[in-house]
Design a protein around this ligand. Structure first.
Ligand code: ZN
Length: 146
């Protein structure tokens, strides 16, 4: 028997040969998960994993399952609340506010929007006119705005 040192916890232990690197099952497990972590963090493995999941996620049967699981997840009350919160924070960032009002402006300037706007105002004027007519019919004041 030889006295060996555990590569994980540093404890000394007796073994037939110091090819035994760990003092216990616990340290062996720890060593394994360390290796795993190291493996997962190497850039080439990260990239391989990304590729794998990209392919995986694109299979129709998986897409459906992913959608389902996401739906369930985002419907949980605490998750809903967190999403609302995060969206609120996002919208309040100055650069986002700026981009949003810019977008809104562009949107309003699209020809079909302008037309819709005009139609909307035409309708409102017509509504006001008929409201005024009704008010007159009933002998009421039209409310200053007509
Ligand atoms: Zn150990």
């Amino acid at each position: 028997m030889k006295e060996c040192q555990c590569a994980i916890c540093g404890a000394t232990f007796m073994a037939r040969a110091c090819s035994a690197k760990y003092c216990s099952d616990e340290c062996r497990r720890e060593a394994k998960s360390q290796k795993h972590r190291e493996y997962n963090q190497r850039p080439e493995n990260k990239e391989a994993r990304r590729k794998y999941y990209r392919k995986y996620n694109q299979r129709p049967e998986n897409k459906e399952a992913i959608r389902d699981s996401n739906r369930k997840y985002t419907h949980r009350p605490e998750v809903k609340e967190a999403i609302r919160d995060s969206n609120r924070k996002y919208r309040q960032r100055p650069e986002v506010k700026e981009a949003r009002s810019e977008n809104a402006r562009k949107y309003r300037q699209r020809p079909e929007r302008k037309e819709a706007d005009r139609a909307h105002h035409r309708e409102r004027r017509a509504d006001k006119r008929s409201a005024a007519a009704v008010a007159l019919m009933f002998g009421l004041a039209a409310g200053g705005e007509a």
